[in-house]
Design a protein around this ligand. Sequence first.
Ligand SMILES: Nc1ncnc2c1ncn2[C@@H]1O[C@H](COP(=O)(O)OP(=O)(O)OP(=O)(O)O)[C@@H](O)[C@H]1O
Length: 300
Amino acid sequence: MRLTGVGRRYGLGGPWILRDVGLDIPEGSLLRVEGANGSGKSTLLRLLAGIDAPSTGRITGRPRTAYVPERFPAALPMTAGAYLTRLGRIHGLSRAAASRGALEWLERFGAAAYAGTPLSELSKGTSQKVAVAQGLMGTPGLLVLDEAWTGLERRSRALLDDEVRARVAAGARVVFVDHDPGRLAGEADAVLRVEGGGVLPLPAPSRNRGQAPGPPRRAERARPSVIVAEPPPGAVLPPDLPGTPEAEPAGDGAVRLTVAAPHSDALLRALLTAHPPWHIRSLTPAEAADPDAVSEASHP
Ligand SMILES: Nc1ncnc2c1ncn2[C@@H]1O[C@H](COP(=O)(O)OP(=O)(O)OP(=O)(O)O)[C@@H](O)[C@H]1O
């Protein structure tokens, strides 16, 4: 995905909020957007998500995109379940898969009891869970998160962190703004600094996701990865998974898959694109894996 000479101003003769922005966003990248209040972060995110168009320049190669806006349109006259089902349809799911996915996501966020509640009656925290759930339904190639963690309680924030990691590892692009400087700290590929109308791509501080461009170091190649995944209801492990992982039960119906590190991305992709998709709880290099810590992090 590429931005070429992108500029945005609101209204003819209004000040340029962004000007001559050029960016390449490769597959499997995690980008944090930073900048002062009013610098144009949300403007950039709306352009990336395709819900706003540049005043000048062009954006090419945008994959199927999901967007979690800073403010959720809570006034829509429908229930949380109906809204998510509709959004699932927009993300390309069949009606049955969309309605099943809606309930599954509400359950994961501990909000299943609100499936039949009108959006306008949801608390701020539950609204935010619905906003985030719609972004995670389907398998977007680009996920744009504008302060998506704000208003979520600890367990849901951790769930969203895990989902971001899994999506990026499976090849999706994730671009996010968050007021917490520690959000996914050390995991972003780059920081996009929005300042004076420009967007400056800066190296992210101490990146440690283990997915650096270029061939992995010998030790990383040799070290197996552990993926803990939850099957969709009634599903069995798909045959011929990349890297022929070792599978063992991980509790709560989940499966722990151990695979040689070079196959972990392909394995994640296979699970996330299975029909219906598997839910990835965590991805950990085996030597670093502390099973208790992993399940704590996923299900605090
Ligand atoms: N729809 C709009 N119409 C007119 N001006 C707008 C619109 N949206 C944003 N702006 C202006 O563009 C500038 C950048 O806004 P934007 O929301 O992109 O900044 P931001 O960096 O996300 O801010 P914050 O950190 O406060 O969320 C601001 O001056 C804002 O007032």
